[in-house]
Design a protein around this ligand. Structure first.
Ligand code: 5GP
Ligand code: ZN
Length: 154
């Protein structure tokens, strides 16, 4: 696993290191989960890797896998504790996507029928060959990333 990074100005680094208080519900050597201070619904929980990585795309795969492994049990606990009928589990990735704290984190948001959260987002559609062109573009980005990482290893 990559060595832990830390930003002394980052609120979530400070919370992870115990320099700022938080209502923690779970902690491991690599991640902490605590209640969001301004919940969308009561029980809104944040899962935060201890190491400072601003965005999901920069998170080492091992750390992403570890955080992902904690999500099912966090979901079960938040749902049972709040009586929620469902949950939204999401990441705001980048300022334009609503990220306000640039330390990658997952939101676990309890949901209730007729709660004030507006979902789903307005959805669009593809026309002509836009869908297959987009599929090819993403696929070739993934292939070049795999090639670059295997070249870096050899
Ligand atoms: P983002 O907008 O970056 O996806 O989410 C940041 C979340 O962190 C927000 O939901 C916000 O309420 C929460 N938050 C901001 N500052 C603090 C804090 O000091 N303590 C806790 N527990 N949550 C915080
Ligand atoms: Zn941080």
């Amino acid at each position: 696993m990559a060595p832990p990074t830390h930003d002394p100005h980052c609120i979530f680094c400070k919370i992870a290191r115990g320099e700022l208080p938080s209502a923690r519900v779970l902690e491991t050597a690599e991640a902490v989960a605590f209640l969001d201070i301004n919940p969308l619904n009561p029980g809104h929980t944040l899962l935060v890797p201890r190491a400072h990585h601003a965005h999901l795309g920069e998170l080492p795969e091992e750390l992403a896998a570890h955080a992902g492994s904690l999500l099912p049990r966090l979901c079960r606990a938040v749902k049972a504790a709040t009586g929620a009928q469902g949950l939204n589990v999401l990441i705001n990735n980048g300022r334009v996507a609503g990220q306000t704290i640039e330390h990658c984190h997952w939101h676990i948001i309890p949901r209730f029928a007729n709660d004030p959260i507006h979902w789903p987002w307005p959805q669009g559609h593809y026309s002509g060959n836009e869908l297959s062109q987009m599929r090819s573009r993403i696929e070739s980005e993934l292939e070049s990333a795999i090639r670059a990482s295997s070249e870096a290893r050899s």
